[in-house]
Write a protein that binds this ligand. Structure first.
Ligand SMILES: Nc1ncnc2c1ncn2[C@@H]1O[C@H](COP(=O)(O)OP(=O)(O)OP(=O)(O)O)[C@@H](O)[C@H]1O
Ligand SMILES: [Mg+2]
Length: 389
């Protein structure tokens, strides 16, 4: 694999030389260019490197807007911002501009090396892998049904299709995926695994998971929101890589957050399923989310909307949704209040509790199309996913 070409852009000479000297010690890094300029000049960069690092007040002063425009003409370049501003608003704005990572100032060398290490292979290999499939479920807004669908899909894939499925609950604040499908109390969880990340191997991961059903293991969310900070992007990356190598499907309940940690599963996912309902607040959020995915350079055939609680008689059609959000509908799951409420309240998979519910039927159809894919990853897999809804 060729070495990563990097350009560092800053209005601050000291930062420029500091970052450059950190990069010079990284064996993955090839040619490094240092450019001192302001935000307006940023857009004039014509020889785009693999990674563009932007720093020194530029991102805060119009640089993000310049990056967003650069993104249009250079979809393959990865942008890293080094900034003291770590506020959620800034991070979200950076993400919308297609920035891959926002690192604190001064860029601690380890953080920078890690970030470049994460970006380099991803850009060369694309999201998929030769192993299991990673499916990222995310709710566009609270209560869309992402957790219900993620957990129940995992159950159907394992039980009806004999697949080995790992579900990872990435709702770092009050994640409760386990309760949807089992009455077992998790003995371990994601935060505890991250605290002992040096022990991570297949056996350690398996021992931290609940065996929900034969073939279906679940890694619960941290039991205390205070432990959310123990979960870092590089941990999630390591866990997902390991899980992908050991399971046929890794389903991540990403929840609603959009930050460095949740970007990991989105980046690595073979498919991202934003769960929406056909009302305006959901649609607005879905549109924003899809825009973020676009600006991150994700191929849109890896994003499939799941319309939950779908009623044909509604004001808004699936076609309206696709046009507004700029993404394809992968599946519409009907509304079935009683059957779903009974399943969630009892912690019983709906496919066992209400075999004939239209929701069970929809889940079976999703599982069938996912499980039908032959072992080899290839173009056919993604295109088939969108065959019908
Ligand atoms: N197809 C459906 N028909 C009827 N009710 C549903 C359906 N899907 C989900 N629900 C209901 O919606 C509620 C919210 O679902 P769920 O907890 O999965 O949402 P979520 O997107 O994970 O929310 P959060 O963002 O808070 O994590 C569930 O308690 C369930 O009762
Ligand atoms: Mg949820």
């Amino acid at each position: 694999m060729s070495k990563t070409r990097i350009t560092v852009v800053s209005s601050d000479a000291q930062h420029l030389s500091q970052i450059t000297s950190v990069l010079e010690r990284d064996s993955n890094v090839g040619e490094i260019s240092a450019v001192r300029c302001d935000a307006a000049q940023l857009e004039a960069i014509s020889d785009m490197p693999d990674v563009l690092i932007v720093n020194g007040g530029l991102p805060e002063n119009g640089g993000l807007e310049s990056l967003a425009r650069l993104r249009q003409s250079h979809p393959d370049a990865a942008f890293i911002v080094v900034s003291d501003n770590q506020s959620p608003e800034f991070l979200l704005k950076a993400m919308r501009a297609g920035v891959r990572e926002v690192l604190p100032t001064p860029a601690v060398s380890d953080l920078l090396h890690d970030a470049i290490g994460r970006i380099a292979p991803k850009r060369k290999a694309g999201g998929g892998g030769q192993d299991g499939k990673i499916l990222a479920m995310t709710s566009c807004k609270g209560g869309s049904g992402a957790t219900f669908l993620a957990t129940n899909l995992a159950w159907v894939l394992a039980t009806n299709h004999g697949k080995r499925v790992a579900l990872i609950d990435l709702n770092l604040q009050f994640g409760d995926a386990a309760m949807y499908v089992t009455d077992q109390t998790p003995a371990s969880n994601l935060a505890l695994v991250c605290q002992q990340i040096h022990r991570l191997d297949a056996a350690f991961l398996a021992s931290a998971m609940i065996d929900v059903a034969p073939g279906f293991s679940l890694l619960a969310a941290p039991d205390d929101p205070a432990h959310a900070t123990d979960v870092r992007a590089e941990h999630v990356e390591a866990i997902l890589k390991l899980a992908r190598a050991n399971y046929d499907f890794v389903i991540v309940d990403v929840g609603r957050s959009l930050d460095g940690v949740s970007l990991q599963p989105f980046d690595m996912a073979d498919m991202i399923f934003p769960v929406v309902q056909l009302t305006l607040p959901f649609i607005r959020e879905a549109k924003r989310l899809v825009q973020v995915f676009l600006s991150l350079g994700y191929p849109m055939n890896k994003v499939g909307l799941i319309v939950n609680r779908y009623q044909k008689s509604g004001d808004i059609s699936l076609e309206d949704l696709e046009k507004t959000v700029n993404a394809k509908v992968y599946k519409a799951v009907p509304n079935a209040y009683e059957a779903v409420a009974a399943s969630v309240n009892q912690g019983e998979p709906i496919a066992r509790l209400a075999k004939n519910s239209p929701v069970t039927k929809a889940l079976r159809e999703i599982a069938e199309s996912l499980a039908a894919e032959p072992e080899k990853a290839g173009k056919g897999w993604l295109s088939r996913l969108f065959a019908a809804h």
